[in-house]
Write a protein that binds this ligand. Structure first.
Ligand code: SF4
Length: 398
């Protein structure tokens, strides 16, 4: 472990928040059985004072770059009222709008979308992600209300409202064991529903979800993504799959390189301090993987590094606990560099998955990264090779 705490001078180019995750409430209005949130029953909401303190703190800590993405997420962001977001967006605009372009997005279960929400999304240019796992038979296996009722029909009403209002949105599907042999049904569902962009999150072992339906299912997950990519490649003008798009981008250009205390590192916003910063409804802040904010660990205690109302964000960098977490995350990157051929395209994955699957930030591979990083990269590489080296082109070897 490094003897000294970190300072902003150890990073080139400098430290900046790329993604600010604002958690307006831990509460969720439904109860999916694969949910990782410990406090989804807790009815607490962020105040506009916390919103103002968070954005001022980021600015006064010198952590704002040339632009800023803010995602409102976890629990269900639409459980907070429209009026909260009107005020929150205006405050953020007042504080930084003239110097830093801000893009807002929300990740929602879609149950509460009505015309007022659509007006808000259009007025503020909010990008929306809607969780829908595919057709009802797949989606309703896991995404149910607290009293066990299915949610698919109401989510689709929300999606239709977004479409009528011309709101920019993506679908986000959790891949579970129930999805793996149903790739065609899921793609048909997206196409039939007029969904033009979709992403897949694998069922993760994280937080209070201590297992995953995809444990031991690597080859089936690979077959699933193979079929998804094949289908999407047939209709590129009608459907874009996030994992395919991102993997092709990574293979084509690699990740930019940053320098951490003189060591080059592929830029991965989950391992660089503050690149991903999370603020919860009470103003507590964390960084690295957003899910860490709710977790504790015997080696570190909490992953909360301060609160935006009382502590300058940047000062967290000099704390012993921050140094312990960051040093172990860097050790995990070193393990990845030594073991994984995809390190330059990944940059060390998601620390929270290393901790929750393997018990340590210091490890390399996880099931999560095999299924959701390595597999898409391998499929993208195979597709590019097939394009560059078609069978009819003879290979000459001297
Ligand atoms: S794909 Fe996995 S093992 Fe490879 S660099 Fe990323 S996190 Fe590390």
């Amino acid at each position: 472990m490094r003897a000294l705490p970190w300072s902003p001078q150890d990073f080139a180019p400098g430290l900046a928040i790329e993604l600010l995750v604002m958690q307006p409430t831990p509460f969720c209005n439904i109860a999916c059985d694969y949910c990782y949130l410990a406090e989804r029953d807790a009815v607490r909401f962020m105040s506009v004072d916390v919103v103002r303190a968070a954005i001022r703190n980021a600015r006064d800590s010198g952590l704002l770059g040339r632009e800023l993405d803010i995602v409102w997420h976890a629990g269900e962001p639409l459980a907070a009222p429209v009026s909260f977001y009107e005020r929150a967006f205006d405050i953020i605009d007042e504080e930084v709008g003239t110097t830093v372009p801000v893009r807002h997005s929300m990740q929602t279960n879609g149950m509460l979308i009505d015309e007022r929400w659509c007006e808000l999304f259009v007025r503020y240019g909010v990008h929306v992600g809607v969780s829908v796992d595919g057709p009802a038979g797949i989606h309703d296996r896991h995404r149910r209300t607290r009293d066990g009722r299915p949610t698919h029909a109401r989510v689709m009403q929300g999606i239709e409202r977004l479409q009528r209002a011309g709101v920019d949105f993506d679908a986000l599907a959790v891949v579970t064991d129930a999805s793996l042999e149903r790739a065609d049904d899921i793609i048909d569902f997206f196409l039939d529903s007029g969904i033009v962009r979709a992403g897949f999150n694998v069922d993760e072992q994280e937080g209070i979800r201590t297992g995953s339906s995809l444990t031991g299912a690597d080859s089936r997950v690979r077959a699933f993504f193979t079929r998804v990519f094949e289908r999407a490649a047939d209709v590129p003008e009608r459907l874009r799959i996030r994992e395919m798009h991102e993997a092709v981008g990574r293979v084509a250009t690699g990740l930019p390189i940053v320098t951490v205390a003189g060591r080059p590192l592929p830029a991965n916003p989950q391992v660089l301090p503050f690149a991903t910063t999370t603020v919860d409804c009470e103003g507590r802040f964390s960084c690295f993987s957003p899910e860490l904010i709710d977790q504790t660990h015997a080696d570190y205690g909490s992953f909360v590094f301060g609160d935006v109302l009382n502590d300058r964000m940047i000062d967290a960098l000099a704390s012993d606990r921050f140094a312990a977490v960051f040093d172990d995350i860097l050790a995990g990157c070193d393990a990845c560099r030594a073991a994984c051929p995809y390190f330059s395209l990944c940059g060390g994955g998601a620390p929270v998955n290393k901790l929750n699957e393997g018990g340590s930030f210091r490890i390399a591979e996880t099931r999560y990264c095999r299924q959701t990083i390595q597999t898409p990269i391998e499929l993208a590489m195979a597709a590019l090779e097939a394009e560059l080296l078609p069978e009819h082109r003879p290979l000459t070897i001297d």
